[in-house]
Write a protein that binds this ligand. Sequence first.
Ligand SMILES: [Zn+2]
Length: 252
Amino acid sequence: MPARSRFALTNGRIIPHLQASEFNALDVAHGAPAEWRRANLCPCRGQRSAAPNRDCARCRGFGWWWSDPVDVTIIETNDTTERMIRAWGTWQPGDISANMPTMVNGERALAGFNDRFYFPGRIERHYDRLTRGDTLASGATAERILSPVVSRMLSCSVIHADYAEGVDYELTPDEYGNGTIISWLPGGNQPAEGVEYSVSFEAACFYHVKDLKYRTEHGQRLPQAMRLEKKWTPRDLALIAQEAPTPPGEVA
Ligand SMILES: [Zn+2]
């Protein structure tokens, strides 16, 4: 009796039979390095409506907070996976499909809804407008840009002044994964209290997990197939619509 082929014909395509460990080896060889941040439900959500509190110091109104990043390598998958995902989910322009490794750092890895994947190798430009001294009702600072993975500040300005990172202000990642806080340094220049300022920066492209498929083969768990939704921030979208004649686009 011949040994079972390592390849099977599925829907006219040859799909290799791979053990989970081999999938992980493939991930490392062909995947894209990413920061994986698990989504956690915020305790501020109301018991009846499950609506988040806009002034929440933990989630800042998102209703979710994100765990510290874990380095992973995920494989962007092909049209076959995209068709499979379309069959049980939705698909929007800009979405990508990807496989989650079954093991990360020696532990079983499970991606979940609203987890985030940041791709440090794919940099985008973003804009935001903030107000000096702005705080939430909880007292937490609202001077915060929406990406926690800022790779470079390009400008931080009011009309007649520009501020320098490290001299006038510093950036601190929010402890719950909700962006990066701008802290003004003693001895540096800063906008007057209540004055709006604009920031332009480069940050890692990121996606939210919106659909997940659990798969097994021969009793072994295979990598989860995921639909990753491209994330633009609402404020970015508003600024692009109002102020930029052409969208900023993707830098790399
Ligand atoms: Zn909250």
